[in-house]
Design a protein around this ligand. Structure first.
Ligand code: NAD
Length: 491
């Protein structure tokens, strides 16, 4: 059994209250480690450490040096990608290949934002009052609290931390209670790379630890990735003390297949969108809207492929889908499918737990496809966050668009067509922060990512991301020697 403490100012610190919680491996159903159940005192200690680092070593570095340190951190993480990936898979059951790819690719994010650190420039503003030199300074906010979920822990942590650090802020990370382990490795590697202790701190725990971070007066901004409910609660709390927040939340993203699509590509894209990560991705293409002219064929293809997906140990290269991450998620998948059937949907495949030999206690759920669910039913509107696809036919572009935009979410959408005009018309009219045309689930460091409507607030990745962690100061400097007496009338 591995036991983890918090990581504050470069030191392992046991939780003040002495409490710990267990972490369960979803593949085996067994407890493998224990983490600190942090409370207000622990969070306070971490925030103070981050404040001291903000006022001290981190702000004394030139932006170029800061950027180089981020790049060196990226190198260290890439060197340790294998052990980080193994830790992630042990905690969330996602395929080792995906976790490995994520642990490697975060280097690109740290290089990109490291490179941006010395390109944060102000402006000189040509005022009407010409004797004044007016310019802007773009300054960091202070301590940023980063709260992340379990589905892609290292990847999502770096997506938030890289721009915040590049902008000159310091960090307290509160990882998910499901996947608390890898953040410690990230923090340790940061110090290996030369980033001063206290710049990145990690406190583990559940919702209470997250709330303590959001409520702490020393935290200037919260960067949250997680559920809609969590995002709303955090925005309300942060708002009550006028702290900012960036929110990356859930979705019910549509994958829209038109009659003229390349059906091989569309089939692969729809499968990748919903089953590649057992549906446990914020951008899961959980609704496939298919034109009636190709509906039967797409249905046949998707069901055949879904039934052949090889479930098993996520550590094995031949496994195509691992377990879902938690017992609670497994129960949610089952219940939502049952409610969909009660509401009138038809089950095409899956719809039950899967037995995996050697992992009888694992949280495996079969790739599931439902169709013809009523438009108003839960399965067409609410996020499952599991391997459950709702298939639905449409007649024309207008109907496709109406169905696609009919949820309160707006994270992503896929469009499959060979008609370039239709593709871009759809891209303009879809209410989503990302639109993929003839591809799906692609995301990278220099292209902005974020949600419309209830899927989020603010943007990650790309130039937009660093703006989320800066504030602008306007400096006025009178250059003239003339005395500007307020009581002397000037002609
Ligand atoms: P969650 O909201 O339950 O938890 C996310 C994190 O927030 C955890 O660390 C949790 O402890 C903490 N938390 C929860 N409620 C909180 C509160 N009121 N105050 C402070 N902290 C709180 O989400 P989850 O189940 O871990 O993750 C799944 C969700 O994340 C899905 O909805 C998914 O779509 C979303 N997600 C979004 C993105 C994105 O970039 N848009 C990426 C991945 C996951």
């Amino acid at each position: 059994m591995q036991v983890f403490d918090n990581y504050i100012a470069g030191e392992r610190v046991a939780p003040a209250g002495g409490e710990r919680f267990a972490s369960v491996n979803p593949t085996t159903g067994k407890v493998w480690g224990e983490f600190a159940e942090s409370g207000r005192a622990d969070v306070d200690r971490a925030v103070r450490a981050a404040q001291a680092a903000f006022q001290g070593p981190w702000s004394k570095l030139s932006p170029t040096r800061r950027g180089r340190l981020l790049m060196a951190w990226g190198d260290r993480i890439a060197e340790h990608a294998e052990s980080i990936a193994a830790m992630e898979t042990q905690q969330n059951g996602k395929l080792i290949a995906e976790m490995r790819a994520q642990a490697r690719v975060v280097k690109d994010f740290l290089y990109y934002f490291g490179g941006l650190a010395d390109k944060v420039e102000g402006r000189v503003i040509p005022l009407d009052r010409q004797s004044v030199l007016n310019y802007t300074l773009r300054e960091p906010l202070g301590v940023v609290g980063v709260i992340v979920p379990w589905n892609s822990p290292t990847f999502l942590t770096i997506m938030n931390v890289a721009p915040a650090l590049a902008a000159g802020n310091t960090i307290v990370i509160k990882p998910s209670e499901v996947t608390s382990g890898s953040a410690f490795e990230l923090a340790r590697l940061a110090e290996d790379a030369g980033i001063a202790p206290g710049v990145i701190n990690v406190v583990t725990g559940g919702r209470a630890a997250g709330e303590a971070l959001v409520e702490h007066a020393g935290v200037a901004k919260i960067s949250f990735t997680g559920s809609e409910a969590g995002g709303k609660a955090i925005a309300a709390k942060a708002g009550s003390r006028l702290a900012g927040c960036t929110l990356e939340l859930g979705g019910k993203s549509p994958n829209i297949v038109f009659g003229d699509a390349d059906l091989d590509q569309a089939e692969a894209g729809v499968l990748a969108g919903i089953f590649a990560a057992a549906g446990q991705t914020c951008v899961a293409g959980s609704r496939a809207l298919v034109h009636e002219s190709v509906y039967d064929e797409m249905q046949r293809r998707l069901v055949a492929r879904a039934q052949r997906i090889k479930l098993g140990d996520p550590l094995l290269a031949e496994t195509q889908m691992g377990p879902v991450a938690t017992r609670a998620q497994l129960a949610k998948d089952e219940q939502m499918v049952q409610r969909a059937l009660s509401a009138g949907a038809e089950l095409l495949c899956g719809g039950e737990r899967a037995r995996v030999s050697g992992f009888e206690e694992g949280f495996f759920y079969k790739p599931t496809i439902l169709h013809r669910a009523p438009a108003e039913s839960e399965i067409m509107r609410e996020e499952v966050f599991g391997p459950v696809l709702a298939l639905t036919p449409f007649r024309d572009d207008e109907e496709a668009l109406a169905i696609a935009n009919s949820t309160r979410f707006g994270l992503a959408a896929g469009v499959w067509t060979r008609d370039v005009r239709r593709a871009h018309r759809m891209a303009r009219q879809l209410q989503a922060g990302t639109v993929w045309i003839n591809c799906y689930r692609a995301l990278t460091f220099n292209s902005p990512f974020g949600g419309y409507k209830m899927s989020g607030l603010g943007r990650q990745n790309g130039m937009e991301a660093i703006d989320q962690y800066l504030q602008t100061k306007s400096v006025w400097c009178e250059l003239s020697d003339e005395v500007q007496d307020p009581f002397v009338l000037r002609t």
